[in-house]
Design a binder for this molecule. Structure first.
Ligand SMILES: C[S@@+](CC[C@H](N)C(=O)[O-])C[C@H]1O[C@@H](n2cnc3c(N)ncnc32)[C@H](O)[C@@H]1O
Length: 403
């Protein structure tokens, strides 16, 4: 059972009041003359702006009361309506249904203890709203106050995304859609490692997705070389009470694969060969999911040679792009070789640089490794005269292949 304040905060956190359709209070404790037997809250627009209109049904009368939605302080208005519905419940209702992006039911027992039942499915946004067709069906909806987004300066206290942060907000949502696609492979109490987490916007986003939106108990560890950045992230996690989110100032190359097995490895924009370190770590630990958005792939630029492509590779910019694509192609092929179903997807990037490829790999149940595939793999490397870091890191693991 939830106490009044934590209940109030939880409702504000999980309900997207911007897209509220209605709130119904039902199942009255007492019925009879002069007692309110039903109450409904709807969002309507009056001359002065939007209000929450509370309609209380008593005998044959309907009594209306409005709570203004302050444009400049929506969060306070949302708090007011939540306080109002809890007050109405305490007076005479055992049940309250809140219909927004999802259905949230609040139940009250005889001792006036509350419980929240959350329908985890997002309702079809188009069907659920009348006039918000222009708003994208993002996992994190604009207008929702979320503490870490506020703390990192992406939204204001009403949940409005700052103009300068729109791209980052879209990127976070796009990333969460990709996370939602692999969610089924991660146990409810799983471990995720973020290698080269930096300021960790996306690390906080994953934590929020699994543990707040989906009510799971996922642990996340973020690693980065930069001590000050790690300290800031740790402080933020502490401030907002994300207990299972911890950060470490370490070189990911020094991490021991015999540590607890991670269920998912992510490495987002980790520089140059740090991506290889992350992928190799995931492969060695047989992690179920590896997601990586590579960045600054310089290594093969200095190695690549190919007679047929000699003239094309004489153009510096083409050589640079080709080397980056070859690097990611080889990373994808390496993952396949080690039994991962691998896809290369497009990922929107904050700075609109060419860092827009995501390598997503999911470990197959009983992967079969054929000798032919290994031969083909080595031929690819020799055709371009390259020996990438990922190969060096996994050399010992190749000997484990049992054809
Ligand atoms: C471009 S930032 C990306 C941060 C974050 N993942 C994101 O997508 O916003 C790359 C981060 O990787 C970290 N990094 C690079 N090599 C690393 C290594 N060997 N060990 C740990 N962190 C590393 C850097 O310190 C930097 O913070």
């Amino acid at each position: 059972m939830e106490d009044f304040n934590s209940l109030k905060n939880k409702i504000i956190e999980i309900v997207d009041f911007d897209f509220l359709k209605k709130i119904t209070l039902s199942n009255p404790i007492k019925k009879g003359d002069g007692l309110c037997f039903k109450a409904v809250v709807s969002k309507i627009t009056l001359k002065d702006g939007e209000v929450f209109q509370i309609s209380r049904y008593i005998d044959k009368k309907v009594i209306h009361e409005n709570i203004k939605i302050e444009k400049n302080d929506k969060k306070q208005s949302y708090i007011s309506i939540v306080e109002k519905i809890l007050e109405l419940m305490t007076e005479n209702f055992k049940q309250c249904g809140i219909y927004s992006n999802r259905i949230v039911t609040i139940l009250m027992n005889k001792k006036k203890g509350f419980k929240i039942v959350e329908n985890k499915e997002n309702i079809d946004f188009e069907k659920n709203t009348i006039s918000h067709n222009a708003v994208k069906n993002y996992i994190i909806k604009e207008g929702t106050y979320i503490n870490w987004l506020f703390e990192i300066g992406l939204i204001d206290k009403n949940g409005k995304v700052h103009n300068s942060s729109q791209k980052k907000f879209r990127q976070i949502n796009r990333f969460l859609e990709m996370i939602a696609d692999v969610e089924k492979y991660i146990p409810n109490d799983g471990l995720i490692i973020d290698m080269g987490c930096g300021k960790s916007y996306l690390t906080f986003a994953i934590y929020y997705y699994f543990n707040i939106l989906k009510n799971k108990n996922i642990r996340i560890k973020g690693f980065d070389l930069k001590k000050d950045v790690v300290e800031n992230c740790s402080q933020l996690a502490k401030t907002i009470g994300y207990k299972n989110l911890s950060f470490f100032a370490d070189d990911i190359a020094s991490l021991d694969t015999s540590e607890e097995k991670a269920d998912m490895i992510i490495s987002l924009h980790a520089c140059d060969t740090a991506t290889d370190v992350a992928i190799a770590y995931g492969i060695k630990q047989h992690c179920k999911v590896i997601m990586s958005v590579p960045c600054c792939q310089h290594e093969l630029f200095y190695q690549v040679k190919n007679d047929s492509l000699k003239n094309i590779l004489s153009y510096g910019i083409l050589k640079e792009r080709f080397s980056a694509l070859l690097t990611d192609g080889i990373r994808g092929e390496t993952l396949k070789l080690f039994g991962y179903k691998t896809s290369i997807l497009e990922f929107i990037d904050m700075e609109h640089t060419p860092k827009n490829i995501m390598i997503r790999a999911i470990k197959k149940e009983n992967p079969k490794i054929s000798k032919n595939k290994v031969t083909e793999y080595y031929k690819l490397l020799s055709d371009f005269s390259v020996e990438p870091t990922i190969l060096k890191l996994l050399k010992d693991s190749f000997s484990e292949f049992d054809y």
